[in-house]
Design a protein around this ligand. Structure first.
Ligand SMILES: Cc1cc2nc3c(=O)[nH]c(=O)nc-3n(C[C@H](O)[C@H](O)[C@H](O)COP(=O)(O)OP(=O)(O)OC[C@H]3O[C@@H](n4cnc5c(N)ncnc54)[C@H](O)[C@@H]3O)c2cc1C
Ligand code: FES
Length: 263
């Protein structure tokens, strides 16, 4: 079920680098969101004179708590800049949870979660659910430098017990120097007993599609596309799959890697 509601801002604050974190009171969206699903957020404050940008913007449901949705967003353009103007108590229209393709939990497999940059917010709810189910999980979280490991505090708070987190930076300013996929082999003893989940830049996801295809590893990728409607009507977000063209906002955003032909 998809809900359209006016959500109240609990807080909206800068976190690190270009990333902000916003928490919105959004029941029943919060309690019904599955890992990998997203919401479309109206980025203006509702004043008719400020109806710009017109289209809502898509953001992953990074976390949910007490009837609220938490989003981590990079400030990259007009919409996300406007989001930073929201203050505690402001109201903003929200549509969600969206996307019929979410991350499936595999109870009998070790989970390897690859997060690239702000893609960390696309897999964080998944990591939380994996931990709740005591599923052994390795998170490989990479970014260009320490500042861009924007969800560092969140991942630190969830690590421990069945969840191991390994950090990577391109410049070596924190954690291991290099990319989060460089040590994959070390974490995989038997490809049949592992499932890979990932969200991040396209080159990272393409690498994982290739890597998992060669080794026969079940792999789920969360795709990012510019979205105008977010609920399947504009056809602006299609990718080529084994079933023909499919909509990232409707059939995705999570797809099994070998299901994808071009993205
Ligand atoms: C399912 C989904 C989940 C997402 N989750 C998150 C999230 O949790 N956190 C987050 O920071 N971002 C997320 N994004 C990306 C986010 O939606 C865009 O960054 C945002 O819409 C940009 O809006 P803007 O008005 O600030 O940028 P605009 O002014 O519209 O564009 C600014 C620049 O950003 C580029 N851009 C805009 N939209 C996208 C996009 N979807 N993908 C790649 N580049 C884009 C444009 O080409 C342009 O260069 C997600 C996207 C999708 C499809
Ligand atoms: S964004 Fe309109 S169909 Fe996907």
């Amino acid at each position: 079920m998809v809900y359209e509601l006016e959500a109240e801002v609990v807080y909206n604050r800068p976190v690190s680098g270009i990333t902000w974190e916003i928490k919105l009171k959004a029941e029943p969206i919060a309690s019904s969101s599955l890992p990998g699903q997203f919401v479309m957020v109206e980025t203006h404050k509702g004043d008719i004179k400020e109806y710009d940008p017109l289209n809502r913007r898509p953001f992953a449901v990074a976390d949910t708590e007490n009837g609220s949705v938490v989003i981590y967003y990079d400030v990259v353009g007009r919409g996300t800049k406007k989001l930073t103007f929201l203050r505690k108590g402001d109201k903003v229209h929200l549509l969600g949870p969206l996307g019929e393709g979410s991350f499936p939990i595999k109870e009998n497999k070790k989970a390897i979660v690859v997060a690239g940059g702000i893609g960390a917010s696309g897999v964080s709810l998944l990591v939380k659910r994996l931990k709740e189910k005591n599923i052994p999980t390795v998170v490989l979280y990479g970014a260009r430098n320490r500042e861009f490991l924007s969800m560092f505090d969140w991942y630190e708070s969830v690590k421990g017990g069945t969840v191991e987190v390994v950090y990577y930076t391109d410049d070596g300013s924190f954690g291991k120097k290099g990319f989060p996929v460089q040590d994959l082999d070390k974490f995989i003893e038997n490809p049949q007993e592992v499932v890979i989940y990932a969200c991040g830049p396209k080159p990272l996801l393409r690498y994982l599609k290739d890597y998992s295809s060669k080794r026969g590893i079940e792999t789920y990728l969360s795709l990012d596309r510019r979205m105008a409607c977010g609920w399947g009507v504009c056809l602006g977000c299609v990718v080529k799959t084994v079933n023909g063209f499919e909509r990232v906002c409707k059939e995705g955003p999570v797809f099994e890697a070998q299901h994808l032909l071009e993205f």
